[in-house]
Design a protein around this ligand. Structure first.
Ligand SMILES: [Zn+2]
Length: 454
């Protein structure tokens, strides 16, 4: 994928927002058809049937007919693709798209070009004619700017931040945080592996985002103290503004800008770091984290409320602010076949010199002194070396467990990862705004009947 920032004029932006609305409407209709399916009923319509229904809907519906048919059909195509990949993509069943949150649409190129097989011979269809493929119309304006043909908008300019013009059959346009982006559907070549490269292990943490087994410590940039204070200020002002007022909206917009900046920084860091890893390391090992389980809420239910709920919410926010998942995913995409996942248990408690696993070896967040051999190291680096070696290991047998006998655990096992005691200061008290901005808020459990919050 090659993605660029797009700069439409205000009329073009208006038209493009309409495309977004149409695509979202069609997508949600498709979701609805599939959500209603129950075992025993006829299967929900597939892509071809949905396209026929779309044509009918366009005939009956003026608003839909005013939109671009290709944009609407591509939304169905996207849906079909998402649904076919629901078991492999990691995203599951396609779900609803919301206004202001999932703004985007796909456009198929308008140029017709003959297609060829991999060996250079013309690609033929069943009748023996050459297959004509689609191509996006792109023009370079100068060294830094290019433009693309957009249905209903004419030429739209985008900032060309790569050496060559992208060649693609389709592209996707998104609108997020008041910014338009265009992403051409191109799968780039994987980065070549270095000839002499080490195996590198990566330990991801909250304090140090990525500790490498060669001793490097990489940190994902976050908002500065000043920016956090600004967010709090706007949040406070928004809370005091009358409900539904323009002032409240303006304050929310300012908060959105700041939070968008944080997400941009995180994404930029993940991209640069994953490229660096893919270029310089032969084999990259990550510890296997189930981030979804790690950020599970501590809230509990009304009958059994959880403990330390705010602290856990803060920790969850710090976990999400690290971009662990994105770093792993992008590294895997840039270096396919060269990334491995290592089971995570005990990587932070195992001595990388002698292999002894004991809780007491980890003196503090940063300090590791092996109780068995006296090896001293930074705790994150020690964990990263364990990951690079490909093992966390199994806990040593309890001393009390004699031959053949099983002793009940008197106390907690000493081979237990240190539990969080205190976390970084959460800078946002209530997550209402973050939800509106697409920042997932994980500390409310989903309630089936909208019961009162405790
Ligand atoms: Zn040791």
């Amino acid at each position: 994928m090659s993605r660029f920032r797009m700069y439409p004029t205000s009329e073009q932006a208006e038209q493009m927002l309409l495309h977004c609305a149409h695509a979202r409407y069609v997508w949600n209709l498709a979701v609805e058809q599939h959500v209603c399916w129950r075992p025993g009923r006829r299967s929900a319509p597939g892509f071809a049937e949905q396209c026929r229904q779309l044509t009918e809907a366009r005939r009956d519906n003026d608003w839909l007919r005013a939109g671009n048919a290709d944009v609407q059909q591509q939304a169905l195509q996207d849906f079909a693709r998402a649904r076919n990949a629901r078991f492999t993509s990691g995203f599951g069943e396609p779900t609803w798209r919301r206004k202001h949150v999932h703004e985007g649409f796909r456009v198929i190129g308008t140029d017709r070009v003959p297609e060829f097989e991999a060996d250079g011979s013309p690609k033929l269809n069943a009748r023996g004619r050459q297959v004509m493929g689609r191509l996006v119309v792109v023009q370079r304006l100068n060294r830094r700017w290019a433009r693309v043909k957009m249905p209903g908008c004419g030429w739209v300019r985008f900032r060309l931040t790569r050496a060559e013009l992208p060649v693609a059959k389709t592209f996707r346009v998104t609108f997020h945080n008041q910014q338009w982006h265009i992403a051409f559907a191109v799968i780039p070549e994987p980065l070549p592996a270095p000839d002499t490269g080490e195996v590198v292990g990566i330990d991801r943490g909250v304090k140090i985002t990525a500790a490498l087994s060669d001793g490097r410590k990489l940190n994902c940039p976050q908002l500065t103290t000043r920016e956090r204070a600004q967010i709090r200020k706007h949040q406070r002002r928004a809370a005091r503004a009358p409900k539904g007022s323009a002032r409240k909206q303006a304050e929310y917009a300012k908060m959105a800008r700041l939070k968008g900046r944080e997400a941009d920084r995180r994404k930029d860091w993940c991209e640069k770091t994953s490229t660096m890893l893919a270029r310089t390391c032969r084999l990259i090992r990550f510890e296997k984290l189930n981030i979804r389980n790690m950020i599970a809420s501590a809230k509990g239910t009304i009958e059994q409320p959880g403990r330390n709920v705010r602290q856990k919410a803060g920790l969850n926010r710090s976990i999400l602010a690290q971009g662990w998942g994105l770093l792993r995913r992008r590294t895997g995409e840039k270096a396919p076949g060269r990334v491995e996942d290592v089971p995570a248990p005990y990587t932070s408690l195992r001595c990388s010199a002698c292999g002894w696993i004991e809780k007491d070896s980890r003196k503090s967040q940063a300090e590791f002194i092996c109780v068995s051999c006296g090896f001293t190291c930074n705790a994150d680096e020690n964990a990263a070396v364990n990951v690079a070696a490909g093992q966390g290991g199994i806990p040593r047998p309890r001393r009390a467990a004699g031959a053949g006998g099983v002793t009940a655990a008197a106390n907690r096992s000493s081979a237990r990862e240190p539990q969080p005691v205190r976390v970084e200061i959460p800078f946002l008290k209530e997550g209402r705004m973050s939800k509106a901005l697409g920042f997932a808020e994980y500390d409310h459990p989903v309630r089936a009947h909208g019961g009162a919050r405790p």
